[in-house]
Design a protein around this ligand. Structure first.
Ligand code: ZN
Ligand code: ZN
Ligand code: ZN
Ligand code: ZN
Ligand code: ZN
Length: 494
């Protein structure tokens, strides 16, 4: 190294000291707020990636890790939850999008011979996570230089072969890219349960060894009820004489939460009145539940991060019709605020006060790394209660959640679903009958639009999302003549 290094204590970010002033890398705790359009990643099965680094914790990937097949995001198995859905948007979702595209920057894991587009010096490294690459056009730049590069991306040398997102239309709702591209047939990530794949991870012990230094103590930190249920914790090491605030601060940092520590507190398991029965009955958790009262030198104490209750707070509402940038309006809400009053107060702030409230809905969007989940909120729901519930589940989840105000769409739903694995050489009527029998397709919203007799496959045109999702899920568990069926969502190419 030719000059001194700066290392961020929150995200382990490393930079040359003198280069730091130009660096604008979001650390994992602020990354969710910088997502332009939430798009889930498409992780293949875990693999061994040599001399690659995790985008979340920036440490090397020595154990099996995940890589996004679309945008080359690399993450540890126990860091995957902290990655947010900032994948490349490869299609449009029924809206008319803008037709200029921005570079989609992904940091690090470049070859060590990579050269910066801007300053022409080496920007890759196999020692640390460094350098940036556009996942569309492939240009390379330093973290300090990429901010100067023109933001518009023209797709580079392969532009004649790239289908830009505005040419690929897919009414996807809760379908993820996995559903469309079928990259990992047997992955658990396809299930509805977002975090299944790391459900067996028993906390992260690799970062902090149990301290032998008697002036320090090691604590198990759980992020809300969700982590308790999965018995997923992170270990922190703090001085025995640490102040309460310092412990809370360290706990938040372990989860990449950048909020003010005064808004949070730590509760021991014994203070938990909200623990669900299945946790108490589990053997591994039962031991932990005693830790609040019984001091044991060898076992770390277990704590849960909790948000302190609030009587009012400021929330951000993102207008879904603005597809460019991260524009939002801030709104103060109190204990009487409902989804309905939020919509009513937000519309004038967006210049749409003359429009009818009934034409809008508030959608909660969870920007998970593996799936973007959208949920329409009930008009009567108290907004502070909703925030409280999310934080009770997981503070990280709150950090990855956005609220969008969405215009009720008048557009026509049309999902094209390819179903393969059927017996070959049948007539269209015979295929329809098999599908009626095996999948109970509703013929008022489903029709067979193409038949591939030689391959034993059909394309279904479906005019209802929930029916499309139902058929898709059912197909995966259906066997016809001893052959399993398979399904792929087909985008429309214009
Ligand atoms: Zn330097
Ligand atoms: Zn990591
Ligand atoms: Zn990705
Ligand atoms: Zn580019
Ligand atoms: Zn450069």
């Amino acid at each position: 190294a030719h000059c001194s290094y700066f290392i961020s204590t929150v995200c382990n970010f490393m930079s040359h000291e003198k280069c730091l002033k130009n660096v604008k890398i979001p650390c994992s705790c602020v990354a969710p707020s910088l997502v332009r359009v939430p798009v889930a990643h498409c992780f293949g099965p875990p693999g061994h990636y040599k001399r690659k680094f995790c985008t979340v914790c920036r440490k090397s990937l020595e154990s099996p890790a995940f890589r996004c097949e679309v945008c080359e995001l690399h993450v540890h198995t126990d860091c995957i939850l902290f990655a947010c859905s900032d994948c490349r948007q490869c299609h449009q979702d029924g809206h008319l999008d803008h037709d200029t595209y921005h570079h989609h920057w992904r940091e690090g894991n470049l070859s060590s011979s990579a050269r910066c587009e801007f300053c022409k010096k080496t920007c890759g490294s196999s020692e640390v996570l460094s350098g940036m690459r556009c996942e569309w056009c492939g240009i390379l730049a330093h973290a300090a230089c990429y901010v100067i590069v023109t933001p518009e991306c023209t797709f580079g040398r392969l532009r004649n072969m790239i289908l830009p997102p505005n040419c690929v239309q897919l009414f996807s709702r809760n379908f993820s890219k996995l559903h469309c591209f079928r990259i990992s047939e047997n992955m658990q990530t396809e299930s509805d349960e977002d975090d299944d794949v790391d459900g067996s991870t028993q906390g992260s012990t690799k970062d902090i060894q149990i301290s032998t230094d008697s002036s320090k103590q090691t604590l198990k930190i759980f992020d809300g009820n969700d982590a308790v249920k999965r018995n997923q914790f992170r270990l922190i090491s703090v001085p025995r004489i640490a102040k309460n605030e310092e412990v809370v601060e360290a706990a938040l940092r372990a989860y990449y939460i950048n909020d003010d520590q005064q808004e949070y507190e730590l509760q021991t398991f014994t203070q938990q009145v909200l623990l669900s029965d299945d946790v108490i009955n589990r053997n591994d958790a039962a031991e932990d539940s005693n830790l609040g009262s019984v001091f044991r030198e060898s076992v770390p104490e277990a704590w849960i991060i909790r948000a302190k209750p609030k009587d009012e707070e400021v929330i951000r509402i993102y207008p879904a019709w603005l597809k460019v940038g991260m524009a939002y309006v801030s709104l103060r809400v109190n204990k009487d605020s409902t989804v309905q009053t939020v919509i009513k107060e937000v519309l004038p702030l967006l210049g749409r006060q003359t429009e009818c409230l009934q034409n809008f809905k508030l959608v909660e969007v969870l920007m998970g790394s593996k799936q973007v989940q959208r949920m329409v909120l009930d008009n009567q729901e108290l907004i502070l209660n909703r925030l409280k519930d999310i934080r009770k589940t997981s503070i990280r989840q709150m950090n990855q959640t956005r609220f969008y105000i969405v215009e009720n769409s008048k557009s026509i739903v049309q999902v094209n679903l390819f179903v393969g694995g059927l017996p070959p050489q049948l007539s269209p009527e015979e295929y329809t009958n098999i599908l009626k029998e095996e999948l109970a397709i509703k013929t008022n919203v489903v029709s067979v639009s193409h038949v591939y007799q030689a391959q034993g496959a059909v394309v279904l045109q479906i005019s209802c999302f929930s029916e499309a999702e139902r058929i898709y899920m059912l197909v995966k568990d259906t066997v016809v003549n001893d052959k399993p069926l398979n399904a792929v969502v087909i985008p429309a190419v214009m």
